[in-house]
Design a binder for this molecule. Structure first.
Ligand code: CP
Length: 313
């Protein structure tokens, strides 16, 4: 499969076969992601990392990933030190940065920003999160984690819990899981349920999903409990946020009745939706999930930069 020059804007731009291939390449990246092997797949290639919104995992794992495959990085994470504060448009920033680098990783608060950037740039643009839109590389590392832990991505039940309205990770993940025919459970207060466009996408594809308000309704049935933070920063009205803040919390008591092999995932950061006591339980996988961002992003960068991944064992 040839990914050279491809943008990574929406998970819907990728077929099931392409996603499986990316996960396979990522699996071969694991030893180098851990520093046990040295790779020089993209010598001299430069990644421009443009973070208009805060990030810990996505930004650092992209930086680790490009360095682990032999490339270099430029960029910013503090927008107040850029000419955006003087009124420079995103389009102008992208047109200029494409002359400096070989691939752009963009996080932006505006939904659709990555798609627009991809239209302006001739080099690949990777969406590192666009407002409440999508986070496709997060989805790939989520799928990688599920496959690693459960051995497959079919015939399973996944509950997405929390802020399904504003959470971009759950939007991308829902689209991807529907491709794999996964049984979906959406657990959220009514005001934070999945947006209608996501639901109608599922209905058009005859995907099976159920809506719940309480996590106890699904606890005994699911293979994956995917918990998310309520995205305070995306609420237009703080009073609306206050009505749902702390609406749910996963602790050891709430896990009673869970399947023995059920795994808990979370894209992180968490606030108080998973109690720290859960970290030591047999179910917790969210820190492993965060590590998996490195091999997945190594694979994606190598592929869009046209590296010969056939040399990987
Ligand atoms: N999962 C995720 O996107 O985390 P960051 O916001 O820290 O990048």
């Amino acid at each position: 499969m040839d990914f050279k020059g491809r943008d990574v804007v929406s998970i819907n731009d990728f077929t099931l076969e392409e996603i499986n291939y990316i996960l396979d390449v990522a699996e071969k990246m694991v030893p180098a992601a851990k520093g046990e092997e040295v790779l020089d797949l993209v010598p001299g290639k430069l990644l421009a990392s443009l973070f208009f919104e805060p990030s810990t995992r996505t930004m650092l794992s992209f930086e680790t990933a490009i360095k682990r495959i032999g490339g270099k990085i430029i960029g910013f994470s503090d927008v107040s030190s850029t000419s955006a504060v003087k009124g420079e448009t995103l389009a102008d920033t992208i047109k200029m940065v494409e002359a400096y680098a070989d691939v752009i990783v963009l996080r932006h608060g505006r939904e659709g920003a990555a798609r627009m950037a991809a239209e302006f740039a001739d080099i690949p643009v990777i969406n590192a999160g666009d407002g409440a839109g999508q986070h496709p590389t997060q989805t790939m590392l989520d799928l990688f984690t599920m496959r690693q832990e459960l051995g497959h991505l079919r015939k399973m039940s996944v509950a997405l819990v929390g802020d399904l309205k504003y959470g971009r990770t759950v939007h991308s993940l829902t689209y991807a899981l529907a491709k794999f025919g996964v049984n979906l459970h959406f657990v959220a207060p009514e005001v934070l349920q999945m947006p209608p466009e996501v639901m109608s996408h599922l209905e058009k594809r005859n995907a099976t999903y159920e809506v719940h308000e309480d996590v106890s309704e699904v606890m005994g049935d699911v293979d994956v409990l995917y918990v998310t933070r309520i995205q305070k920063e995306r609420f237009p009205d703080i009073e609306e946020y206050n009505k749902v803040a702390g609406a749910f919390r996963i602790d050891m008591e709430s896990l009673e009745g869970a399947k023995r092999k059920m795994i808990i995932m979370h894209p992180l950061p968490r606030v108080d939706e998973i109690a720290p006591e859960v970290d030591d339980s047999k179910h917790a996988r969210y820190f492993q999930q965060a590590f998996n961002g490195v091999p997945i992003r190594m694979a994606l960068l190598a592929l869009v930069l046209g590296a010969d991944v056939g040399v990987l064992k």
